[in-house]
Design a protein around this ligand. Structure first.
Ligand SMILES: NC(=O)c1ccc[n+]([C@@H]2O[C@H](COP(=O)([O-])OP(=O)(O)OC[C@H]3O[C@@H](n4cnc5c(N)ncnc54)[C@H](OP(=O)(O)O)[C@@H]3O)[C@@H](O)[C@H]2O)c1
Length: 260
């Protein structure tokens, strides 16, 4: 299927590793020009070097999506470099496991900043450019816990539910302007985020054993997903082949998500 992404211009937040890096790579392979940001300079530069090897236009900058001035600066530089904007992938985020008993108000505030307010802030920065392009696409990377509450990921559960409401309401508000807004809800996908969770929860196990046990208990397909099993859907949603899909919330979760 030709996704007709050649010539499209995309921003991916949190593109230095994990899902964001796989999404940036997939969009580039489909012919799009890609700008990405993350906080750690060395990782940003290493990821940019690796992405450039596949050919295509890559722009990378250090920026923290929880800081309004850094988001404004990154979007201004990225749009100037790409010559406009057609696609925003709101991917930057983190896992912060914990129950209501263990998480503080400060933990909840920080989680809201990186999950919900980053999507609000980056969408606000992107919209004028998507309008100028005559339309475009915003894809929000969220979690199935926004639909299936899990008290052991309490902040994620609460904040991702808000992200899903944001996704739907924004889709409705900008639909008549030809701007599509969709959510991709992740279950368990193997990324550096899970190395951190492994270290916190079960450092006595090997990472392979920890992931295998976690998947066996919770994932109907019985295994973790790979980042490349997410990036194809994101590229599809960014493409004109998804032109009648907006306000959708699509799980990539190996069957996780106990709801209909
Ligand atoms: N993997 C899963 O199973 C899973 C499940 C549910 C939801 N998700 C969501 O999917 C998204 C990607 O997760 P991942 O697993 O790929 O995580 P990851 O491996 O930890 O990668 C996260 C990326 O986001 C960047 N980032 C984090 N905080 C940032 C900030 N404040 N400003 C700018 N960039 C930031 C990181 O770089 P720096 O640290 O250098 O900033 C990195 O590039 C996240 O929103 C996550 O919550 C993942």
């Amino acid at each position: 299927m030709d996704l007709q992404l050649r010539g499209r211009r995309a921003i991916v937040t949190g593109g230095s590793k994990g899902l964001g890096a796989a999404i940036a790579k997939e969009l580039l392979a489909e012919g799009a020009a890609v700008a990405f940001c993350a906080r750690h300079r060395e990782e940003v530069e290493a990821a940019a070097r690796e992405l450039c090897q596949g050919g295509g236009k890559v722009m990378a900058e250090v920026a923290d999506v929880t800081k309004a001035d850094q988001v404004e600066g990154f979007f201004a530089h990225a749009v100037a470099e790409l010559g406009g904007l057609d696609v925003l992938v709101n991917n930057a985020g983190r896992a912060h496991p914990g129950t209501f008993a263990t998480l503080t108000d400060a933990d909840f505030q920080a989680d809201l900043e990186v999950k919900l307010f980053s999507q609000i802030r980056c969408s606000r920065a992107a919209l004028p450019h998507l309008r100028a392009a005559g339309g475009g696409s915003i894809i929000n990377i969220n979690a199935i816990y926004g639909r299936q509450p899990d008290p052991s990921f309490f902040a994620t559960t609460v904040d991702r539910a808000a992200c899903l409401a944001f996704n739907k309401a924004l889709a409705m508000e900008v639909a008549r302007e030809g701007i599509l807004v969709n959510s991709v809800n992740i279950g368990f996908v193997r990324t550096p985020q899970w190395s951190n969770i492994h270290q916190r929860r079960a450092p006595q196990l090997s990472e392979e054993d920890f992931l295998a046990q976690t998947a066996a208990a919770e994932v109907p397909l019985g295994r973790f997903g790979e980042a490349e099993e997410v990036s194809g859907l994101v590229a599809f949603l960014a493409s004109s082949r998804a032109s009648y899909i907006t306000g959708a919330s699509i799980d990539v979760s190996g069957g996780m998500g106990r709801y209909v």
